[in-house]
Unconditional design. Structure first.
Length: 305
């Protein structure tokens, strides 16, 4: 029993208009679904009403991560499991459920204070087919057999790796994918741990580092590699700040590059991520993050204030 997909990400931003252009026609190709009365901007990438919610609250960081479970029974079981484990659980208010566009949700925090939500019954808009805001073939949110994989993945800064691993594995039900000993290439960063909750190679990864934000990057996976290539050169031609150039990762085999968001954290834009079959998978360790490429780009933009 555990969560089954990374459903949505709420981000508090300081420059809403810059984000709206960047996330849609400017770079990412997401579709703006609507703007709520409280200023929340919803962005979709598939049949779900939204996968991203931009809030004009100025944190320039995640303000919550939403994880999906299949239905009411699984939802109640997860709430009970969290409470039995000593986790402080808060039911979502009617306003929060309306804001997230879900039937029900609970809120809690992990050992590093990362604000998390578990929900069921997300609003879907099959009557309004997803239309990318740029000329791209769309995003990969399902496995080939239709298994829901969610919006992508995040890499998060945390304070206590041992406590974090135990929480996400033993309480949220995620499984270890592998480890990367970052000290070989980037001394001082320690070992990154990668977890999955569906066939996507990893849903979350953690780096133990005392920094004043949670979000290092989130990843969007494209349906066509050409869209990654076109966007890579679009960023270069139009001066969109990038943090790492095109490369291929050792663990999930993603072909990707990293650009700098208007909030200062990174976004990985990629194709061809590895899928995990738990009946066959063996946990691995790597000493390099990339097979080739992913070299730092010196002109990367500064984080938003």
């Amino acid at each position: 029993m555990g969560v089954t997909a990374f459903g949505y990400l709420g981000i508090g931003v300081s420059d809403m208009e810059r984000w709206r252009e960047f996330a849609t026609t400017g770079v990412l190709g997401l579709e703006e679904t609507e703007v709520a009365e409280d200023g929340t901007v919803y962005l979709r990438m598939d049949e779900y009403h939204h996968r991203f919610a931009l809030h004009p609250t100025g944190e320039n960081d995640l303000v919550y991560m939403g994880f999906e479970v299949p239905g009411e029974q699984a939802f109640e079981e997860m709430a009970q499991k969290l409470r039995k484990s000593g986790v402080a659980v808060t039911p979502g208010t009617e306003e929060e459920k309306a804001n997230r566009k879900v039937v029900d949700l609970i809120k809690f925090k992990d050992p590093s204070g990362i604000p998390l939500e578990i929900y069921h019954g997300a609003l879907q808009l099959w009557e309004r087919p997803f239309k990318p805001s740029r000329n791209i073939a769309g995003f990969k949110t399902k496995a080939d057999d239709g298994t829901q994989m969610g919006l992508g993945h995040t890499v998060l800064f945390i304070k206590d790796m041992k406590a974090t691993e135990a929480f996400w594995r033993d309480i949220l039900g995620m499984k270890t994918s592998d480890y990367i000993d970052l000290d070989f290439a980037l001394p001082g960063l320690g070992t990154a741990t990668f977890f999955h909750c569906n066939p996507r190679h990893h849903t979350v990864a953690f780096v133990e580092m005392n920094v004043p934000r949670f979000l290092q990057h989130f990843m969007l996976e494209l349906n066509e590699f050409d869209d990654v290539g076109h966007t890579y050169y679009k960023c270069q031609d139009e001066g969109v700040p990038m943090s790492m150039n095109l490369g291929k990762h050792t663990n999930d085999h993603m072909l990707s590059f990293y650009l700098v968001s208007p909030s200062g954290f990174d976004i990985e834009y990629g194709y061809g991520g590895r899928l995990i079959d738990d009946s066959k998978w063996t946990v691995q360790k790597h000493i390099a993050p990339s097979v080739w490429g992913h070299r730092p780009v010196q002109s990367a933009g500064a984080p938003a204030s």
